[in-house]
Design a binder for this molecule. Sequence first.
Ligand code: FES
Length: 302
Amino acid sequence: MGSTLSQRIIDSLGSLDYVADRVQPKVQAAVAKGGKRTKNLLDGLWLGSPLHPALTDVPIGSWTAALALDGVDLVSGSRAARNGADGALAVGVAGGFAAAASGLSDWRYLSGGSRRMGVAHGLLNTAGLALNTLSLVLRATGRRRAGQLSLLAGYSLNGMGAHLGGELSYGYGLRVNRNVFEDPGPDEFVPVLLEGELPEAGLRRVEAAGPGAEKVGVLLSRAGGELCAIAATCNHFSGPLEKGEREGDTVVCPWHGSRFDLCTGEPLDGPSVFPQSRYEVRVRDGNIEVRAVSDNVQKKVR
Ligand code: FES
């Protein structure tokens, strides 16, 4: 059996594709209309980490606190607990809207089962956010008990939604640095190409492997007068960077437009927020040789 129970349930719900077919183009158009700055903001490029998972901590933490304080209020009738619950609920609702915007942005690239899972995740969280917003309104209009029940119902839906969000990351690899799954590459310099075969302004993919190790794809280039080498596989969704457009000393991934510095591997435009793994380069006897640098992500997990 190659899929989880959640994946099998979601895959049986064909109506989710109907929703996705209608909503996804609108989300893509809206994010594109906002320009690169908006896109990079929602992706989390400025944070150096995917924004959506970070933002979801705000509503989850705040709503958990609100539920606990509601419990204290019910038991003790404490005014401080009541005010604290209302405040935490309001913070959670504000954080929930921000998390929804960044989550929609992440979902715009997905297809197949992951897109379907994303719809289910989004619908559950939207329903939860609506109930928690209703809870705020009910409290503000004096119907506190109804407001507390509304939060309890919303929180339950958000819990289910959060589980599906975990499946998207752990089951489908959404927003995971894909370079981590590659071979670390050679520890010692190995020849990969004759120096004369690397074009002046082009990109060239080569394979590098140390003794007894798997091969890893390396993207060679000349940038700023030096030889540079980064992972050839885009760390966002494994796009082939050697087929990307070169823009000055950067390369744009052909799949979703992440742009990386050819020498440092730093992401300059999202959706990727992680640097590409890097390789040291030297020339010996007319051969270009590479070896992995010690701070590559592969080396930190094996
Ligand atoms: S695979 Fe998505 S930007 Fe490269």
